[in-house]
Design a binder for this molecule. Structure first.
Ligand SMILES: *Cc1c(COP(=O)(O)O)cnc(C)c1O
Length: 358
């Protein structure tokens, strides 16, 4: 059976309309006779592509003028050391640990000095992220880092950290563009593209301009935000096709009416799935209700011996990518922006059928 709905955590589903448009423009972009992949990133043909991509992202997220948008590479994980290289200096920094990814970020920062834990929910198996008001940091920290949505554990913060006295650095890889956020609550926002933005390889970083210029002397130019910003993300060749595809996704989101409409769709999908899970004893999700991720629904079967049979049957029904992350097991349905409501309905239909048969 081939895939009808792709619930994979990432790389993940892309909007069909976007893929069709990319296909129709693949050999000849806008009468240039060239594929976007073949264009010089400094040429006049490519310039409007990257400019429009940035402009549309700024519109979608309502990014204030004093923030720079960078199109980088290396994925979100590479930011685990790029962030301290650009911001730490001789100061300290605090890290909130609310799941697999933010723990990994903290661990990856260990080669730097003065890296501390601001709060952790590991003791309760990451079922509820530490309240923002409980974060413990120093007034002279260079920054505090946290992850808005933990993709593996399926746990999300729904409020922006707007009262924090030091710059907030946030990994938004799996929830960016799923709902409006207040960018001005953050110093730095970054996201790997392969969840809600486009193909893997592109990393988007949004940085408040007063945070540029603190990079360690040894920082290579490609990883130095200030240098990248001064060179329009082109100190070397950017991932030009990825930026183009991200631009098509941003167009698609704007055509839906922007992030308030996108959020409505996402709420409808997530509520439909969680309400079903809660209506049975057969499936379980034990994340604190108000922190349940709208993008990554991690769940389990009460009798977890049934997982492989569940997955086999799901694929027979065209439902792909439902296996939980290897470190937590169980099941996970990633329902990013591009997942249509019908996909969630098909999943719940299958889950109902599977439950009734067992
Ligand atoms: C997927 C993901 C990552 C990993 O991103 P890479 O692009 O593979 O480096 C990091 N953080 C979060 C929250 C993620 O969802």
């Amino acid at each position: 059976m081939s895939c009808k709905f792709n619930f994979s955590a990432g790389p993940a589903i892309l909007p069909k309309d976007v893929l069709l448009r990319a296909q129709s423009e693949l050999l000849d972009w806008n009468g240039t006779g060239m594929s976007v992949m073949e264009m010089s990133h400094r040429g006049k043909e490519y310039a409007p592509i990257i400019q429009d991509t940035e402009k549309n992202l700024r519109t979608l997220l309502n990014i204030p003028k004093n923030y720079k948008v960078l199109f980088l590479q290396g994925g979100a994980v590479t930011q685990n050391f790029i962030v301290p290289m650009n911001l730490l200096g001789n100061n300290s920094a605090s890290y909130v640990i609310s799941g697999y990814w933010s723990k990994r970020t903290f661990n990856d920062a260990q080669p730097f000095s003065n890296i501390k834990i601001a709060a952790s929910s590991e003791g309760i198996n990451f079922t509820k992220p530490p309240e923002i008001s409980s974060w413990n940091y120093n007034a002279d920290d260079a920054y505090i880092h946290f992850c808005l949505n933990e993709t593996v554990h399926g746990v999300e913060y729904f409020n922006d950290p707007n009262k924090i006295k030091v710059p907030v650095v946030c990994d938004m890889s799996s929830t960016i563009l799923s709902r409006p956020i207040d960018v001005s609550s953050y110093g730095v926002i970054y996201a790997g593209a392969q969840k809600n933005i486009g193909p893997a390889g592109l990393t988007i970083l949004i940085v408040r301009d007063d945070l540029l210029g603190f990079a360690d002397k040894k920082t290579p130019s490609t990883l130095n935000w200030k240098i990248q910003s001064e060179n329009n993300s082109m100190i070397n060749t950017p991932t030009s096709y990825g930026i183009y595809l991200a631009g098509l996704v941003f167009d698609w989101l704007l055509n839906q009416g922007g992030l308030s409409s996108v959020e409505k769709n996402n709420l409808k999908k997530a509520n439909y799935l969680y309400d079903f899970i809660d209506s049975t004893d057969f499936y379980i999700n034990n994340i604190n209700k108000i922190n349940r991720s709208r993008m990554n629904v991690a769940f389990n079967i009460h009798n977890d011996g049934l997982i492989s049979e569940f997955l086999l049957g799901a694929e027979k029904n065209g439902l792909f990518g439902l296996k939980g992350h290897r470190i937590v097991g169980g099941l996970r349905a990633s329902i990013y922006n591009a997942m249509p409501f019908e996909g969630v309905v098909a999943l719940v239909d299958y889950m109902t059928e599977f439950k009734n048969e067992h």
